[in-house]
Structure formats: C-alpha cells, structure tokens
Design a protein around this ligand. Sequence first.
Ligand SMILES: [Fe+2]
Length: 306
Amino acid sequence: MEPVITPCDASFGATITGIDLTSLDDATWKFIEDAFPEHGVLVFPGQGLSPEDQYTFACRFGEIEVTRPGATGQTVYISNEKADGKVYSPEETRFKQLRGNEGWHLDSTYMPLAAKAGLLQANVIPSRGGGTEFADTRAAYDALDDAMKQRIAGLSGFHSLYASQAKIGHAVPTGTGYGFHTKGAPLRPLVRTHPVTGRKSLCIGRHIFRIPGMDDEEAVALVDELVDFACRPPRVYSHQWAVGDLVVWDNRFVMHRAMPYDFNEARVLQANRIAGDPASELAPTDRDPYASDFQPTGSNEIEAVA
Ligand SMILES: [Fe+2]
C-alpha cells in the first residue's frame, strides 16, 4: 500500500490515503513527518483508531502536552456527552468551554509553552454541523499588504484563557483547572517564524487581550481584523467529519475552531495535544489581569516581563 497525498482545495492542508496508522514503517512515517509542516493539516479518512493506537501515533510528533502539574499525557475526549449519556446544559462549565472552542484560536497560546500540534478523531458526530475549520496564518501573513506588515512588525500580544472565556460570558474561577495557566499571561509576537520551514505566520486568535503600547480596545480590534482577514478563502479548510476520520494540524501556523451543532446531539472527538519545543514555543509571562486572585509564585523558570 502506497500513501497517496491529495491537497485540499485551499492554500494548505492535504488528505492522505493508503496508510494504516496502526502499522507505520519508518519510510511512511518520514512521508508524514515531511508533509506535516508543509501542508499544516493532514486528514486521514476512516482510521477509527483505538485511544491507545492514537496515543502511539501522537507520540511520533513529540511529547504529549501535560496541562496540569502531576497529570500524565494520554488520549482525552472533547465531548458534550456525560458518562450517563446525557449532554451538558448551558449552565455547566464544560458547555461553556465547548462554546469557547467555536472562536478561532491556536491551542495553548495562553500557557507559557504553546502546543506544537493537535490530533482529533471523530468517534461520534451529530447529524448536522459540528465540523472543524482550520485557517492558514502563514498564507495570511504573506497576503497582508506592506502597511499592515509594517504596523504589526515588533508587536506582541498577551494571551489569556480567562480573558477569552470572559468575552463569551464565562467567568473561569482562577486556579481551578487550567494548570500551568496560573503562571500568568504569556506575551507572544504577532508575527512568528516556523522552526522547520522558516516561514512567517500570524500568532493571533481569541486569547489575545492586550498589546503593549496600545489601548486594549484598539488591540482587540486589530487582532479581530487580522483574524477576519486570515480566515477567508482560500486560507480556510472546513472539515466535515465522518466517523473514524483523524486530523492532525500544525498549531504553529494553523488556527482552528469548532462549528456549531445541535447540543442535544452527542459529538465526541478523541484528542491529543503535542507539546511545543521550548526553543520556539515558550513565551515569557506577566500577571494576568483577568485571573483576579492570581499570585505570581516566583517558581516560573521564565522571566516575567514588565
Ligand atoms: Fe482547540
């Protein structure tokens, strides 16, 4: 069986068929590893991996991200369904987290070490909607006019999950469940360079709440303008899930969001998140004004910024 790669109808992304991810030989892994930072999104239809097999495949991309001190990395579920088969209701925290995922974002930019990659496999899908959309911030940067490139050169944004959830009316209690996020708000350049390809891209999305040197309102308006520009054709790939599809994306230049669906129907995605390389994904942090009772612990290995 030979792998066949077919580019998506977008500036990025590709579908790969002819591969069984449970039995990868070195040559086939090399094929995937090379395609990954080039295409940014790889779709493997009809894999239907067990959690264990998905974890094994995920580990090929790097260390699994650990989001809480003491936790162990593993395959987890992004699901609106409880253990008893009922779905979460709008008052519940999980519901609000899932609603937050419907805004364009990069994973873990609100933690000191942002993610390298994400993997999702569809185990249960609703009858309509519930897809996942991806956006190419590399092509977006390339397409900016010179005036905007000059305007954002040298600017950085503070990222906070407390701030982004607050935008949708969800007050996240400080220090309860976001683990390393309690180290404060990371400051990340709006324009970044990919560690493998050397290509520039935009590090933007819903988690940014402040840009030093600007009013917060002006900063959020600028980020919204950049997100709006980035997430237009041909820089968007919209994946409509079929059960068993597995998608992996390069979080270093690909944003994503969940598409709405009827929350009375179950949607279960099997997920892994790959930790970033500290050489390229680690950011300095400062106090997070949206985490009301956050107290710097002094235990950060990262220098706080003024
Ligand atoms: Fe996400």
